[in-house]
Design a protein around this ligand. Structure first.
Ligand SMILES: [Zn+2]
Length: 227
């Protein structure tokens, strides 16, 4: 017996059967004419895949707006890190699984803690984005672009006509496969300045799973956007 909720959506827009897995739920979208025996058949055929996907989403850390308080969890490249706040001369230390922010007593405020983390994450984002951009640019036969990291209000990245690519620093919280998608997205704008089918074809040629990454940003990205 299946240990998930099944949601079946019949649609006219689709010619084949699609499956989408969320925690505890499988959504099956199919053409209007699809019969129940056919649906059962698809679920039987894809049972192993569904099981794997369900296990994967269950173990996925759910993104929440990171809090600048002691004991809070911050994601770094998709991995949860516990924030520890100490009193002392200003410093920040980063190790696998934890971030230690030290601030003098009169600076023990959310704004100061966030600023410390922002500085650290900006530096780490810059080096990772430079390295990955160079890698993907080569794959796409483009010159190495100039990379910057800054704070945006409500976007993850942008690409100027002069070929400078700028990223919003909190994206370093996302798993690498998601930030890789963002890099490929912005690099593809160096070839196509719009979101035309040609643009998406370019993205897909480098990153066939771009839809998953875009979905991740849509579903998990918002709380991470502005710590
Ligand atoms: Zn775009």
């Amino acid at each position: 017996m299946a240990d998930y909720d099944l949601v079946v959506k019949h649609t006219n827009r689709q010619k084949s059967i699609g499956l989408r897995v969320r925690p505890g739920e499988v959504e099956l979208s199919c053409p209007r004419w699809t019969t129940q025996p056919l649906i059962d058949q698809v679920l039987r055929d894809r049972a192993q895949w569904i099981k794997r996907q369900l296990a994967e989403c269950a173990s996925l850390p759910v993104a929440q707006k990171p809090q600048p308080i002691d004991g809070a969890t911050w994601l770094f490249r998709g991995q949860p890190h516990v924030l520890r706040i100490h009193i002392g001369p200003r410093s920040i230390e980063f190790e696998s699984g934890s971030i230690h922010v030290t601030l003098p007593e009169h600076q023990q405020t959310a704004a100061h803690v966030t600023r410390q983390i922002e500085q650290l994450f900006k530096a780490k984002a810059l080096s990772q984005f430079k390295e990955r951009s160079a890698y993907f640019a080569k794959q796409m036969s483009l010159g190495t672009p100039e990379i910057r990291v800054r704070r945006y209000r409500s976007r993850w990245g942008s690409c100027s006509a002069r070929g400078v690519v700028t990223y919003h620093w909190p994206i370093i919280q996302a798993p690498d496969w998601v930030s890789d998608y963002l890099i490929v997205h912005e690099l593809s704008h160096l070839v196509h300045f719009d979101h035309s089918p040609a643009f998406w074809a370019q993205v897909e040629s480098v990153m066939p799973n771009w839809r998953d990454a875009r979905l991740w940003l849509k579903e998990q990205g918002a709380p991470l956007l502005l710590p």
